[in-house]
Design a protein around this ligand. Sequence first.
Ligand SMILES: [Zn+2]
Length: 300
Amino acid sequence: MRILLPLFGLVTILSAYDFALIPKRVTPEVICFFGEPDVMNTTNNGNMVNTCYIDTKKSYVVIDSGSSYAYANSAYKEMQKIKALPVELVINTHVHDDHWLGNGFFAQMGVRVLGSDDFIHNARIDSPSRIQTHISPEAYALTIPTRPTEMISSDKMLKIGSLELQLHLMKKKAHSDKDLVVFLPKSKTIFAGDLVFNDRLPSLTGGDINGWIDALEELKKLEATTIIGGHGFRTDKKAAEMTYNYLTDMRTQVRAAIVSGISIDETVAKVTMPKYESYRMYKTLHRGNVEVSYRMLEWE
Ligand SMILES: [Zn+2]
């Protein structure tokens, strides 16, 4: 026993933090990991984002690498238990750090990582990220912020095995400066990134309410039957409705307040939208969302 104890200690130190992620099959070819619909903290340690694996039959395509090296490692390990396939490509939907800080895990394996050219301007790789300051050091260990190896500035069509992937870049600032959406035309599946939230409120900080509504209207035209957002559990064809209704309701009410000459403070106090009170993060995000919308819409 005395001989075994030091050995056990060594193994514990060397193994990466284990998120014990639970894979959920969404379609015959898509398995996702759904995070807590909450802010990153030391309870979820960054498991508050959705990431997915698409089975191309010969390899996996990963949609968003998650919030850390350890997160990406945990998801990869779970997928290897289901089917041992190599990861051929990782796609990043946008520059917010909970969606791509796992890139380093894949880059060290030589995997191609693709994202929009917004990563050149808006991906923070040299300062402590939000994730780094909000989760435990063990969960963040080994994370090296790594930009995509290939950055695109226009839409792209990819064929991997028998799988066709359409990469659509939103034309205007929406949730972020440049949101990338992945569409699988055969199965009518959309990976919408943070254009779609469920079970919690979205944050409008850094986004544009008009561009975001326009982007969701563009997505509607694809007539998807499966819509997977960046946060929240819903994935059916109506999964984009909560975000769309929240944004359009807010725009209507804030525009009306501006037209009536109501001040920003009064508008924030008045536009409470109680229908959304039961959603997670209402208390921390809603007032700020009304304020951001007012500042944007008063210039129309
Ligand atoms: Zn985001």
